[in-house]
Ligand binder design. Sequence first.
Ligand SMILES: Nc1ncnc2c1ncn2[C@@H]1O[C@H](COP(=O)(O)OP(=O)(O)OP(=O)(O)O)[C@@H](O)[C@H]1O
Ligand SMILES: [Mg+2]
Length: 423
Amino acid sequence: MNVLLIGSGGREHALAWKLAASPLLTKLYAAPGNPGIAREAELVALDVSNHGAVVAFCREKAVDLVVVGPEGPLVDGIADALRAAGIRVFGPSGHAAQLEGSKGFTKDLCARYDIPTAAYGRFDNAADARAYVEKVGAPIVIKADGLAAGKGVTVAMELQEALDAVEACFDGAFGSAGASVVVEEFLTGEEASFFCLCDGTTALPFGTAQDHKRVGEGDTGPNTGGMGAYSPAPVMTQEMIDRTMDEIVAPTMRGMAEMGAPFTGILFVGLMLTENGPKLIEYNVRFGDPECQVLMMRLKDDLLVLLNAAVDGQLGHVSTRWRDDTALTVVLAAEGYPDAPKKGSVIKGVEEAGAGDIQIFHAGTAFKDGNLVANGGRVLNVTGMAAKVSDARSKVYAALDRIDWPEGFCRRDIGWRAVEREG
Ligand SMILES: Nc1ncnc2c1ncn2[C@@H]1O[C@H](COP(=O)(O)OP(=O)(O)OP(=O)(O)O)[C@@H](O)[C@H]1O
Ligand SMILES: [Mg+2]
């Protein structure tokens, strides 16, 4: 099969690495890709927002399957354009991608199907949102409705902070993504990520993970795209998985099908495990980054076979097998991240550090004058595996310390919750 992978981050490098291991694969293309992905795929300079150009490329190269990594193109309807042209694609339609593209869409679905989630109000003007916030009081959560690159959510511990967040949204801080606002009840508990491979009808559990959103050790400082992750998440016991499937995922699949937008692709279920059981915080309609990196390390099966089964509505006939080990990944970021990461510094020793069973996925790198250089905020994902979380962590940091990059930094405490549980 010829496959086109869309995206350029560490998530897509991990997907490319796993796809390249499939005996079914003839040729892998990636648009736009990155230097790590270039080892597994031919990079193509396609403007992925130009759906006509992507369709034309697929026809010219006889592409049998398109795998879409990030949410932007999905919410933009790239899967619809490809399907309309008769090209197979792994990823939801624009309508189904509203599960991530509109927080209010998902909350309304939860209300209609009695899916456990935080109580909420949905507003298209500041005055009504303000009145609701004042009535409920802090702590309270303010969310821009649309895609805001992880920056659209304010967990406000004080009333004034919540009111300021409402103003910021309606003042255009997030552009059109903030023209509508969801105000939510503040939930307490431990967060976990759960993934399901979906074919429109069947949802197949596809692993658990926990990530680390804050830039600083001990979960302090500003939010980031994610500074590290591990899988499995011990807090996601079989009981929690069963409850999440029954109470959250199954009604979502049914609801989406009933509204004529069956969900195909990977459903990322962001959960708060409260004392009353799992509650949905959010859906994403793509793999997490860096959660994907640890899932791909643990997946024993041929990823391409599974993606094909999802696209062809055959997930009822497949199963998945996972390594029991814990996989852990640490993000190496460029100084200044998340606000203003510095680009261009030279990174050495990556090949050596990635020896043995360590995988180093490229997230934001480029080649310049024969050197590997930083080209983004999150730059490398150093990933390893071991039976114990603490051993996986030691292995990863030992490899990471062999990388010579003075302008980079990482958190040294990735996995702390699971390490603590291990005792
Ligand atoms: N109702 C809530 N109660 C408490 N904390 C919350 C609530 N909703 C969101 N949060 C916190 O804010 C974070 C971001 O919220 P959410 O996942 O909805 O936003 P997002 O911008 O879509 O995130 P991502 O970039 O991970 O997709 C959550 O991971 C959680 O820590
Ligand atoms: Mg999200």
